[in-house]
Design a protein around this ligand. Structure first.
Ligand code: FAD
Length: 318
C-alpha cells in the first residue's frame, strides 16, 4: 500500500501530531509492502529545517502555502498530488485533520472515515475501526473506494518520538501564490491553553462530579498543587465551569499515562476511563463500592474523598 501522512507545519502542536502519526505508522503500516511519505504544509521559511526533523518517513514533500486553511490545503494537495497513485492518506487527529480528510476524499472520489483507531490493509479494501455509540462499541468499517482518507483518533497509538534520519528524500514546492481563501480578509491564531501538562504528568489527581461544587474543586486543586501533581477533571466538572475546559480528561480531553493517578469522586465511565487507563497505578476514592472505577483501580478506597485527601496532604506535607 502506498500511503501519505499529512502534517500541518504551521500548528503549534506539529511535534505532537508527528509523534502521533509516527506511532500509528509503526503500529499499522510498518510491514515491507507499505511505502510511505509525508507531505508537510508550512508557511514560514525559517521553520523548514526544524520541520524536517519531525517527519516520520524517509521521503518528504515540503509544501509552502500562504496559510493553513482548508481551501488552500485542498488546492495545494490537488497541485502536488497524483491521488490515483496513492492508496491511503493519513491526517492527524483533531478538527482540521478530520475536515480535510473528508473533503479530500470527496474531491478525489475516494472514501473517508474520521477518528480512526486501527486499520488493516487487506487487498482491495481497508478495514478501519473507530469507537461508536458514545465510545461503548468498537465499530468496524470497510472502505472500498481509493484513495482512503482517514483522520486518526486521539490516542489511537502511543506517540513515538521521531528518530533523526541522516538521509531524507526531499522535494519542495512553493505554492504561496496559490491562495484560494481570498474571501478571508483577516485571520489570526489565538493560542488556547492546552492539555500538554496533563499528558506529560507523572502524578495526576483527577476530581469528578463527586466534588459537588466549584469551591471543593478549587480546594482539591490546591492539594494537588501542594503535592506536586497535575490536576484534571471529568467532563461534568469542566462542563459546569468549575475548571477551564482544557483540564478535562478522557476521549473529549487529555489522554494521560502517569505513574500514579488518584481519581477522586469519579465513577469511571468508559469515555473518562480511556483517558487514564494507561496509568501505571490507579487509586480510586469513591463512596460507592459499585462504581465502575472501583473494579478498574489498583487501589480502591471506599470513603469520602475530602477526608482521604486531607489526610494524605497532612501526611505528605507535614
Ligand atoms: C460522546 C461522549 C464523550 C464523553 N467524553 C468524556 C470525557 O472525555 N471525559 C469524561 O470525564 N466524561 C466524558 N463523557 C461523559 C461520561 O460518559 C460520564 O458521564 C462522566 O465521565 C461522568 O463523570 P463523573 O464520574 O465525574 O460523574 P458521575 O458519573 O456522576 O460520578 C460521580 C461519582 O462520585 C462519587 N461520589 C459522590 N460523592 C463523593 C464523595 N464525597 N467522595 C467520593 N466519591 C463521591 C459517586 O459515587 C460517583 O461514583 C462523555 C460522554 C459522551 C456521550
Amino acid at each position: 500500500m502506498i500511503f501519505k501522512a499529512i502534517l500541518n507545519g504551521s500548528s503549534p502542536s506539529v511535534a505532537a501530531q508527528a509523534e502521533e502519526l509516527n506511532g500509528f505508522i509503526r503500529k499499522h503500516l510498518s510491514s515491507g509492502d507499505n511505502i510511505g511519505s509525508t507531505i508537510v504544509f508550512y508557511a514560514k521559511k525559517e521553520a523548514k529545517n526544524a520541520l524536517l526533523g519531525l517527519v516520520p518517513t524517509e521521503s518528504v514533500k515540503l509544501v509552502r502555502v500562504a496559510r493553513y486553511q482548508p481551501e488552500n490545503i485542498l488546492e495545494a494537495l490537488q497541485t502536488v498530488e497524483n491521488a490515483e497513485k496513492t492508496h491511503l492518506y493519513l491526517f492527524p487527529s483533531g478538527f482540521a485533520g478530520s475536515e480535510i480528510a473528508v473533503r479530500w476524499a470527496c474531491r478525489m472520489k475516494g472514501s473517508s472515515l474520521v477518528q480512526v483507531k486501527q486499520i488493516e490493509c487487506s487487498g482491495a479494501q481497508l478495514i478501519a475501526r473507530k469507537t461508536v455509540y458514545a465510545n461503548h462499541v468498537l465499530g468496524t468499517f470497510k472502505l472500498t473506494q481509493k484513495p482512503y482518507c482517514i483522520s486518526l483518533a486521539k490516542g489511537s497509538a502511543d506517540r513515538q518520538a521521531i528518530t533523526i534520519r541522516d538521509k531524507r528524500i526531499v522535494t519542495e514546492h512553493d505554492l504561496t501564490g496559490l491562495q484560494k481563501d481570498r474571501f478571508i480578509k483577516h485571520s489570526n491564531w489565538i493560542p488556547t491553553e492546552t492539555t500538554q501538562d496533563l499528558e506529560a504528568a507523572t502524578f495526576l489527581i483527577v476530581g469528578g462530579r463527586g466534588m459537588h461544587s466549584k469551591e471543593n474543586t478549587q480546594r482539591l486543586k490546591k492539594i494537588a498543587d501542594a503535592l506536586g501533581a497535575a490536576f484534571g477533571v471529568s467532563r461534568p466538572v469542566a462542563m459546569s465551569a468549575w475548571t477551564p475546559l482544557h483540564r478535562m480528561i478522557g476521549v473529549s480531553g487529555a489522554m494521560t499515562k502517569p505513574e500514579v493517578c488518584i481519581a477522586a469522586g469519579v465513577s469511571g465511565a468508559a469515555a473518562f476511563y480511556a483517558g487514564i487507563e494507561k496509568s501505571k497505578t490507579i487509586v480510586a476514592i469513591n463512596t460507592d463500592i459499585r462504581a465502575p472505577i472501583i473494579k478498574a483501580a489498583d487501589v480502591a478506597i471506599i470513603d469520602d474523598y475530602k477526608a482521604v485527601m486531607a489526610e494524605l496532604a497532612k501526611i505528605v506535607l507535614c
